[in-house]
Write a protein that binds this ligand. Sequence first.
Ligand SMILES: [Cu+2]
Length: 225
Amino acid sequence: MIDFLVPRGSTFAGEIDNLFLIITAVVGFWFVLTMGMFLYMMVAYRRREGVHAEYITGKEPELKRWITIPHGIIILCDVVLIVGAVRVWYMVKQDRPEKGDEVRIVAQQWAWTFYHAGPDGELGTPDDIAVVDELHVTVDTVYHFSLESRDVLHSFSVPTFRLKQDVIPGRKITGWFEPTRLGEYDIQCAEMCGIAHGVMGARLFVETEAEHAAWIERMTAMAAK
Ligand SMILES: [Cu+2]
């Protein structure tokens, strides 16, 4: 369902989607159950001629069970959600697979600059390819990225990767992703960063190895002119 709306384009996208589905299912189940119970009781115990209201202290064991048993089950559900969330967090934010390629991302009001490795395959050398609002990556390659801001808080959001990371001025934040799907996708700033925040978008191009090499060649030739 989520895949239908926003295609899954990274190795961890499916894990994030599953987490969302589990949370929605667990919370949805209890929501429907409690709302159903609430509505049923409103009708079943409505005011009736000759029936007096009853005072319940909440201490009667046979009534208290209605609170303690669901309470215990909900805590168990919480444990399941926490274990699932920590596992995915570790995978996306703590663990970092071996690097295939690298990209340096600089945010500013209101544009993104992407520094790609040039023909030498190394970032931070004179042949780097800097492009505004266009990120070009190779499919099935592990990318390490670093995020910097020139001014205020921004957030690097790539919905198709299920990736969102705050960009904080004065800090260099690192992370990774591995694209799994060819095509052109959206990048959007997801942190209120001023008047043009809403249009601080960029395009993501996921290319085959050959396409990416051709792009590097084209950009390098253009720079040489
Ligand atoms: Cu921004």
